[in-house]
Design a binder for this molecule. Structure first.
Ligand code: DC
Length: 673
């Protein structure tokens, strides 16, 4: 997951490949709650691993449920409808799918079994309305107290005196959020001993497909809800939750929307994007996004558990669509509209205003930054493509879906009226709510012109601290890191082991071009052997300095170095990164430090590893190596003409990193964020 303050997406050109979707958020949290209320143990497969499910798992643990991870599976042992903890304070983050159903379930349990609970979340959660649900619970006789503002969490639930009035129908509004009805449907089976319980919906029920998911899952846990249209729902007398044993969570259909759109926009020229985990047998309403995407031009084929998408009509066609049935996935349509001719109008989306953020306002603001022409109303949005695309820093409002759908704007080179601009996604970590690896998954299936991938080079003499600096800068930016010295060191080590003399240029070049070098996290592997420590040996460094003077060795390592230029960007350190390998780098830094300082650094490094060292001979060795690196005929060590020179003798590492990041940010001319 990218935890950097921002993620820059360079212009992207095409997409193809297969993605496997994480589990559905809506199904995951419903299944967890149902398992937590049931008798017996439920084994949950393919559960979504995200912020919203982790708050639910924590809540179940606090309430006394058995919660155990077993590889990819979770074993949830439920309460069997009996409170185990009689009081608790639950923090539910910004997870509406945890807040609403837990509120309802704990309110009825606290009222009938004598308990007292508090539910709360992050500040945004305390701005998301819950009054309609509280009103319904109060009709039953559940004591519920607002601890902050009237109509919003945090809430106190209970204590109660044992009796609820379930004889007459419970009325709940259905036109703000369907989650209130879902919450009641999940909670009220717990209080059906005396007789059936009926819920009546007031107003037009919004987001019906989510109610279908709820009904479907209730059935799997033994509850057969009787339904009269979308107005009346009755839970039969004596309803009891029974674990079905195993439950498999299907892939998230809302998450699928980004990849369906990706295929429609970027799977051109015979390419296909295949999506696994969700297909035409899905129980999720957002699967109907596929129809909307088809209407805009996507060519989609499907089967059980899979979808395949290719570009169909191009440019995309604008649509006018009532999106009440696909509220979450519809945000993706608003971004697809950037690639259509004409104006797309999405209506009946008032629920957007009470989601993670006010999504209508947020989408309008951010789409305009790219140059789109947008009109917004209380319950609709209209989007027309930019007359000229502009680079933009997209604010994400702690809303995973904004971050994910706007990533598609990086395909602007495919649209008319774009010269190819990068898109900055601010606070990319917000995708953790439902799809922590979203960007990594996206990068796995996109094609980019390598020269569009940002590169930052940090060159300098040995022991100048460039490696430490470069790897820290790479972490701050979420970029890949290339320690090019490791390639020369690995060549030296492999040559030594193969008995190739350090004067045998052709033999050394053959070793270099056949290197089986792999970088995994902090480890470096040569073939099947981990060589991270061997590569740092002084004798290996000295030999590397010699082998690197041969032009054919340098040539042999060139392609390997270039191949590290991958999304979302690269920080490369070495001697000639800015001069020879990446002469077009976006920022070049050349670090130096006095020989005395460098000798001392190397000395401390060796001593800390328990390797005996002598500071005077280290300094003499450094100076000899500098002289050799600087005087060789090919790629001698020298700053690129346009490099920023940087003497770091006196500066601590974090200040060096801050300086480089400041230069980097100054290079990015993003619109105001
Ligand atoms: O950065 P280092 O100490 O790991 O590099 C080891 C040797 O490799 C160094 O003496 C010079 C050579 N080298 C090079 O010639 N070009 C590079 N880009 C990186 C290292």
């Amino acid at each position: 997951m990218f935890t950097t303050p921002f993620l820059d997406l360079p212009p992207l050109r095409a997409a193809q490949g297969t993605v496997r979707l994480p589990g559905s958020k809506s199904i995951s949290n419903r299944v967890l709650l149902l398992a937590g209320l049931s008798e017996g143990t439920t084994v949950v497969h393919d559960l979504l691993d995200s912020d919203d499910t982790s708050v639910m798992l924590d809540a179940l643990r606090t309430l006394g449920c058995g919660v155990q991870a077993d590889g990819e599976r979770w074993h949830i042992t439920g309460l069997g409808g009996r409170l185990s903890a009689k009081s608790a304070s639950l923090f539910l983050g910004n997870a509406g799918t945890a807040m609403r159903p837990l509120t309802a379930a704990l309110a009825v349990l606290a009222a009938t079994q004598g308990g007292e609970f508090e539910v709360k979340g992050i500040p945004r959660m305390h701005e998301r309305p819950i009054g309609d649900l509280v009103d319904a619970l109060r009709q039953l006789g559940c004591p519920v107290t607002y601890l902050g503002n009237e109509g919003y969490p945090p809430l106190r639930l209970g204590p109660g005196n044992g009796a609820l009035s379930t004889a007459s129908p419970i009325r709940v509004r259905g036109d703000v959020s369907s989650q209130f009805l879902t919450a009641l449907l999940l909670a009220l089976p717990l209080v059906t001993e005396q007789g059936p319980v009926t819920i009546e919906v007031e107003g037009e029920l919004t987001s019906k497909p989510y109610i279908e998911i709820t009904l479907n899952l209730l059935a799997r846990f033994g509850i057969a809800v009787e339904r009269d249209g979308w107005q009346r729902f009755t839970l039969p007398q004596g309803s009891r939750y029974r674990s079905p044993g195993d439950v498999r969570v299907e892939g998230d259909a809302s998450s699928a929307s980004y990849f369906v759109a990706l295929g429609a926009i970027a799977a051109h020229g015979g390419r296909t994007v295949r999506i696994e985990g969700v297909g035409d047998d899905s129980i999720q309403g957002d699967i109907r996004f596929v129809d909307a995407a088809r209407a805009m031009g996507a060519d989609v084929s499907s089967g059980p558990g899979w979808l395949e998408v290719r570009r169909g009509a191009w440019p995309l066609r604008p649509i006018t669509l009532d999106c009440n049935h696909i509220p979450d996935a519809a945000m993706t349509l608003a971004v697809m509209a950037l690639f259509a001719t004409g104006t797309t109008r999405l209506t009946n989306i008032a629920s957007w205003r009470v989601k993670e953020t006010d999504r209508i306002a947020a989408m309008a603001t951010e789409l305009r930054k790219l140059g789109a022409v947008v009109t917004e109303g209380a319950d609709f949005i209209e989007v027309a493509a930019p007359a000229r695309w502009q680079r933009a820093a997209i604010h994400t409002y702690d809303d995973h879906r904004i971050a994910m759908c706007f990533s598609l704007a990086a395909f602007n080179p495919l649209a008319a009226n774009s010269l190819g601009v990068p898109v900055r996604i601010l606070d990319p970590r917000c995708v953790g709510k439902t799809f922590p690896d979203y960007f990594e998954t996206l990068f796995g299936v996109v094609e980019v012109d390598p020269t569009d991938v940002p590169v930052l080079t940090i060159d300098g003499p040995t022991a100048s601290g460039k490696g430490t600096l470069a790897s820290a800068v790479a972490i701050s930016l979420g970029y890949h890191f290339l320690d090019s010295g490791a390639l020369y060191r690995a060549t030296a080590l492999a040559a030594r082991e193969a008995g190739v003399a350090e004067t045998d240029e052709a033999g050394l070049a053959a070793v270099a071009s056949g290197l089986r070098l792999r970088f995994t996290g902090h480890e470096i592997w040569l073939g099947d052997v981990e060589v991270s420590d061997d590569l740092r040996r002084e004798d290996v460094g000295a030999m590397a300095s010699k082998v690197s003077a041969f032009p054919s060795v340098r040539d042999a390592l060139r392609a390997l170095q270039l191949s590290h230029r991958r999304l979302p960007g690269l920080v490369a350190d070495g001697r000639d990164m800015g001069t020879v390998i990446f002469p077009g780098a976006d920022l070049k830094v050349f670090v130096t430090a006095s020989a005395a300082v460098r000798a001392e650094r190397r000395y401390k490094q060796l001593i800390s590893k328990g390797i005996p060292a002598n500071i005077d001979s280290l300094r003499a060795d450094l100076e000899a190596r500098d002289a050799r690196d600087q005087s060789r005929t090919v790629a001698p060590l020298k700053p690129a003409e346009d490099a920023k020179l940087f003497d770091n003798s006196e500066l601590p590492v974090d200040q060096c990193v801050a300086q480089v990041l400041e230069w980097w940010n100054a290079k990015q001319a993003f619109a105001a964020s």
